[in-house]
Design a protein around this ligand. Structure first.
Ligand code: SF4
Ligand code: SF4
Length: 423
């Protein structure tokens, strides 16, 4: 694997959005009559599952397929399990989706089940993985991963989104509480927090070390935070966790604080929705709500070929259905009208060099993509730095030939993992 000199002097040209100084309350989306949950495990037709269609479920109940399953989800409502079926994501990875019929409507929703939550990471991981913000408790509870630094992210990682900043302005005290809980249950010695340099916050963060991040994209991506604030260069093919650093969103920390106070789970996810004309809406929706219900609240009509992007404009991934559910880690959804979707092309690379000049980690993108187009993933990794890519999406943004470079790279990394898993 080649080792290139890390970050270039190329200046990124895009700026993160700053949340409004006194943000309004998000629009609360009514709990729908049917909620969809995704479970990161596939149904094994040869085994008797613990859950089946027709089962009654309670709000806060843990749902898993088998006794030895390590994956679970939590029901956000009291209701009936009406569907258990397999689900395939954009890369063809399969999991399971569950549909829960909400039997209790809005006003009469019961309190959530309470948990026997103890002051240790195993107990938190047992019940709280699917809280809004998706706290990385599975990783923190894994004895094979040695985490020495936790970075709480109040800075949004993609353009247009202000979800993390909103949570920071509104729930600062709960972030501080949640940070202390994290410290107590993980015994991780170092806690840091990223805050956009232009975000005005009343009061400080007590003992937490604050990293003021630049408004220039991609400063808030984990690899950039490691380099700019912790003086750690992320080696190709490694993750921050491999180097002992865990990133957790501000919302996840707030959710932990609430869960430890009430001994139960919260299900309302804060999100930034960007409409077709660029209008921004902030919403609070129950995890499992189909996105179509949110669009309906704002009278947004989705046409056949409109594009729905989960995530920001640089790193987001398109979904093929407006019924895709709100998930614990879903911070942003962007809608693009079919008439203004940026064109992709099958034109060949014209060697303009834009992608190479803008890449913050010096990947030779123009050559790399030729190997990816030819499905030569091992060569792409060994000779052309596929694994050095920090997935900022800038190369695709500037590509003159409109080649979907970012999508090729994401797919290439996925295929590489599959190839290595098969060895
Ligand atoms: S997405 Fe493109 S520009 Fe960004 S790090 Fe990867 S190769 Fe470089
Ligand atoms: S920006 Fe696009 S067209 Fe230009 S060198 Fe890179 S891949 Fe080729």
């Amino acid at each position: 694997m080649i080792k290139r000199s890390f970050f270039t002097l190329t200046k990124p040209r895009l700026s993160y959005d700053l949340v409004e100084p006194d943000p309004k309350e998000p629009k609360l989306i009514p709990i729908p009559s049917n909620l969809i949950l995704l479970l990161n495990e596939t149904v094994d037709g040869t085994r008797q599952a613990l859950i089946k269609q027709g089962d009654a479920v309670e709000k806060g109940e843990k749902l898993r397929l088998y006794d030895d399953s390590t994956e679970y989800t939590i029901s956000p409502v009291t209701g009936t399990l009406t569907t258990i079926d397999s689900y395939s994501d954009n890369f063809g990875s399969t999991s399971t989706y569950l549909v829960i019929k909400n039997d209790q409507g809005q006003a009469s929703q019961k309190e959530s089940i309470t948990y026997d939550l103890k002051d240790d990471i195993t107990s938190a991981d047992e019940y709280l993985r699917t809280l809004p913000g998706a706290p990385p408790l599975k990783m923190l509870a894994n004895d094979d991963v040695k985490i020495s630094t936790i970075v709480i992210t109040c800075a949004d990682t993609d353009l247009l989104s202000t979800t993390h900043q909103y949570v920071t302005l509104k729930f600062l005290d709960e972030i501080k509480e949640g940070a202390q809980i994290l410290k107590r249950i993980t015994s991780v010695p170092k806690l840091c927090i990223t805050v956009p340099e232009n975000l005005k916050i009343q009061g400080g963060f007590d003992t937490i070390q604050v990293f003021k991040t630049s408004m220039a994209y991609p400063s808030n991506l984990p690899a950039m935070v490691l380099k700019d604030h912790l003086n750690i260069v992320l080696p190709a093919g490694q993750t921050p966790e491999d180097l002992g650093v865990c990133f957790i969103s501000a919302e996840a920390v707030v959710s932990l604080a609430r869960a430890y106070k009430t001994k139960s789970a919260d299900f309302e996810k804060v999100m930034t929705i960007i409409g077709k004309q660029g209008a921004q809406y902030r919403v609070k929706a129950t995890i499992g709500t189909p996105l179509s219900k949110i669009f309906k609240t704002f009278s947004i009509h989705i046409n056949e070929q409109d594009r729905i992007i989960i995530g920001g404009p640089m790193k987001g991934v398109a979904t093929y259905t407006p019924h895709h559910p709100v998930r614990p880690d879903m911070d942003t959804v962007i809608l693009q009208d079919r008439d203004i979707i940026p064109e992709l092309s099958d034109y060949p690379c014209i060697n303009c060099g834009n992608c190479i000049r803008i890449c913050p980690v010096n990947v030779p993108v123009n050559i790399l993509v030729r190997y990816l187009e030819a499905d030569q993933y091992e060569e792409a990794a060994d000779k052309y730095d596929l694994e050095s890519c920090i997935e900022c999406g800038l190369c695709a943004y500037v590509c003159t030939a409109k080649i979907p470079l970012y999508q090729y790279i994401k797919l290439g990394k996925h295929e590489l993992l599959n190839l290595r898993a098969d060895v």
